[in-house]
Design a protein around this ligand. Structure first.
Ligand code: KG4
Ligand code: ZN
Length: 333
């Protein structure tokens, strides 16, 4: 089955052709980062307009790159939510119209489930049951995944998402947007143990997160110590990143031992952070737990993961009707 996947929940317009749910024939991502960069974050109205400008070309490129004809597409899947409503509407409505015109089945995909599905697009996949972390600019969610459509939410952030904390700290340090990759690069030159930022673990046993205290502590440190030089900024970046990594790793390992899982999969934009993946792998391996993380091109928003999730929904007959709408917020249930 050849599925056309479409993603437009935030600031990437993406289309992908995936065969049989796992074989990526093409994956095109048109990023709007250059436009949003000067505002220090995503401007929703601009994002919607840019999706409209890009969607036809991106889908066209995905079909051409896959070396197939439009007639070869058997089904369509698009992100239904969560995300920015205006942005979601562009991809979802395009996909719905495409499917309607060509009499194809159409699945509306949950973006968070799709991030977990990016783990199934790798050669080495985690076996069920496993612990999954979706960690991005909007979410920091831990799931217990027992089958291809059973995701139990074990913990989530009570305030900022981890990626959002990276973006906000980068903004405080005048480093630009998105903050994650810039902070990771700067941090490489410094010993992370030099500044001791708080690790908010919340109540004992809780798998929820809170990053706002860490963010405030970094803001105070920058103010009190007049951090302006590149060298000092790199030190703050390294110690901040270490605090985030410690909390994410500890909670994931706690979740795995609580559910007696020997595999943890991480996905979402922040999973592109190699320092996180390496440190988590080291800690988890010492407890007999294996770590799975997608390759860089599947960490951030992409449409291959949407097609992969859509494939199982279509096989199970979980289809969208023409009157189905997008949604901005949800939890997987
Ligand atoms: O999944 P994604 O592309 O979009 C959302 O659904 O939010 O994630 C974007 C987030 C941003 O907050 C960005 O700063 C963060 O992922 N990110 C990183 C890295 N690369 C991207 N955070 C830490 N380290 C990175 N290398
Ligand atoms: Zn995402």
């Amino acid at each position: 089955m050849i599925v056309l996947g479409i993603e437009s929940s935030c600031d990437e317009t993406a289309a992908s052709i995936v065969s049989d749910g796992t074989n990526i024939l093409s994956s095109i991502v048109a990023s709007q980062i250059d436009v949003h960069h000067k505002y220090g974050g995503v401007v929703p109205e601009l994002a919607s307009r840019m999706h409209i400008e890009a969607i036809v070309t991106v889908v066209d490129q995905a079909i051409k790159k896959a070396n197939i004809k439009v007639e070869n597409i058997d089904a369509v899947a698009a992100t239904r939510g969560p995300g920015l409503i205006g942005a979601l509407l562009v991809g979802f409505t395009f996909a719905k119209s495409f499917a309607f015109a060509r009499h194809l089945p159409f699945a509306g995909v949950n973006h968070l489930e799709a991030h977990i599905y990016s783990l199934f697009l790798m050669d080495k996949k985690p076996a069920f049951p496993f612990i999954a972390l979706v960690v991005s600019g909007g979410h920091t969610n831990i799931y217990y995944v027992t089958s291809c459509d059973n995701f139990e939410l074990l913990g989530q952030t009570r305030d900022d998402a981890a990626g959002e904390a990276f973006d906000k700290v980068a903004k405080m340090l005048n480093l630009g947007y998105p903050g994650g990759p810039i902070i990771e690069k700067l941090a490489k030159t410094k010993d992370p143990g030099v500044i001791s930022f708080p690790r908010t673990m919340l109540d004992k046993g809780s798998l929820d997160f809170s990053f706002s205290g860490l963010k405030s502590s970094v803001a105070r440190y920058i103010h009190d110590n007049h951090i302006t030089s590149d060298d000092d900024k790199a030190q703050v970046a390294a110690s901040f990143q270490e605090a985030v990594i410690d909390v994410l790793s500890q909670k994931l390992i706690n979740a795995a031992s609580c559910k007696k899982c020997s595999s943890i999969g991480i996905s979402g934009g922040v999973s592109a952070n190699k320092t996180l993946v390496n440190k988590l792998t080291e800690k988890a391996n010492s407890k007999g737990i294996n770590i799975f993380a997608p390759p860089l091109e599947l960490c951030g928003d992409n449409a291959a993961m949407i097609a992969a999730r859509g494939y199982t929904m279509i096989q199970q007959g979980t289809l969208c009707r023409l009157d189905h709408d997008v949604f901005s917020r949800t939890k997987i249930d």
